[in-house]
Write a protein that binds this ligand. Structure first.
Ligand SMILES: NC(=O)c1ccc[n+]([C@@H]2O[C@H](COP(=O)([O-])OP(=O)(O)OC[C@H]3O[C@@H](n4cnc5c(N)ncnc54)[C@H](OP(=O)(O)O)[C@@H]3O)[C@@H](O)[C@H]2O)c1
Length: 328
């Protein structure tokens, strides 16, 4: 019998790529989004190879645990990618301008509570395997570490909130709540930690929403930055990230896993992009010495057996794809 998996966040950048990978591997997939009647989103998912036969889409909202019931029926695992970062309070105030109380109530708590709602539904359905998408914003301990591993790079939520980084704190709070829940209910939990993700996206909306660094220079003739930033960035091809999720599920892996490549200075990322666009589109050069890039130990990531691309390959691949104007 074909195994069914549930993907929460089917219409998202990560969720849609998990669906593509799961369909390619022969699974039946139940995908969720808030409005499964929204054909501007569903038509792209239903056009994936295998979707007509093996993909079903359901409406579900993380604020309502019961809404996830139908999508979890008969599933063996859930892939949760339905908690994009919250940058604004309900009245539009930027998260970084909130005080501790509002920052916690409006930015941090909804993600924790939403995740627990999805996990409650998962438990009720008897589903024992949970693959959760988090972010490297949960990997910044106050004292810093020379080389990050998944076990030494753990953010301190109180410290982040004291610095008004509520949008980062939401991730470590979500991870901690999910871990405690899964330990209590004997469910396997694997957590994935991506940063910027690029790729040949499935929904055209995701070009505008997620690929600014490449898409703006290539499609709009204007760089995303005025000046090359002095810092560094870790990125990954979202197809590689999706493979990490599926491999972790299939191999029984648990715990946290980086889902990035080596971090590179923005200067290097832009010089890779410069191979694919006219120089006039590049941001003004950064003057001075770039900050030291974050260093990672990828032992756990690589234990999942995914042949990861690198930043250079991803930038080249996705730039050429964008230049072909894939959605017209
Ligand atoms: N994109 C990146 O570069 C990036 C970087 C680092 C980490 N991440 C992490 O990756 C995960 C997924 O992000 P993404 O970039 O794929 O996000 P996304 O493209 O914004 O997709 C979010 C998905 O969640 C669904 N969703 C939103 N609110 C929901 C709610 N209240 N209840 C149920 N479903 C809801 C959305 O569906 P509808 O809107 O159609 O309802 C959509 O399917 C997040 O944990 C994010 O922090 C992403």
């Amino acid at each position: 019998m074909t195994t069914t998996v549930t993907v929460a966040g089917a219409s998202g950048l990560v969720g849609s790529n998990i669906i593509r990978e799961a369909l390619e591997r022969g699974y039946k997939v139940n995908g969720t989004m808030r409005d499964a009647q929204d054909t501007e989103k569903t038509k792209w998912l239903m056009a994936l190879p295998g979707a007509a036969e093996r993909l079903k889409l359901f409406s579900a909202d993380a604020r309502d645990s019961n809404s996830f019931g139908p999508a979890l029926e008969g599933a063996d695992a859930i892939f949760i990618a339905c908690f994009p970062p919250i940058y604004f309070a309900s009245d539009g105030t930027p998260a970084r301008e909130l005080d501790r109380e509002r920052g916690y109530q409006e930015i941090v708590a909804p993600v924790r509570d939403g995740c627990l709602n999805v996990l409650e539904a998962t438990k009720r359905a008897g589903v024992k395997h949970v693959m959760l998408c988090s972010s490297t914003s949960s990997t910044n301990p106050p004292e810093g570490v020379a080389v990050k591993t998944e076990t030494n790079a753990i953010s301190d939520a109180e410290f982040q909130m004291a610095e008004k980084k509520f949008t980062s704190a939401e991730k470590i709070v979500m991870e901690t709540a999910a871990r405690d829940f899964c330990v209590r209910h004997n469910m396997r939990l694997a957590i994935f930690l991506p940063t910027m993700m690029l790729g040949q996206v499935i929904l055209p909306q995701h070009i505008r929403e997620h690929q600014g660094f490449l898409a703006r220079p290539i499609l709009e003739g204007k760089a995303n930055h005025e000046r090359v930033p002095k810092g560094s960035m870790s990125l990954a091809h979202v197809g590689d990230v999706a493979k990490l999720f599926l491999n972790a599920y299939e191999t029984g892996a648990a715990g946290r896993f980086f889902a990035v490549y080596d971090s590179l200075p923005w200067r290097e990322l832009y010089s890779e992009l410069a191979k694919h666009i006219p120089a006039s589109v590049l941001p003004a050069p950064f003057e001075g010495d770039p900050e030291e890039p974050t260093r990672f130990d990828f032992t756990r990531r690589d234990s999942l057996g995914v042949e990861m691309r690198d930043s250079e390959t991803t930038i080249a691949e996705v730039s050429e794809w964008l230049k072909s104007r894939p959605f017209g």
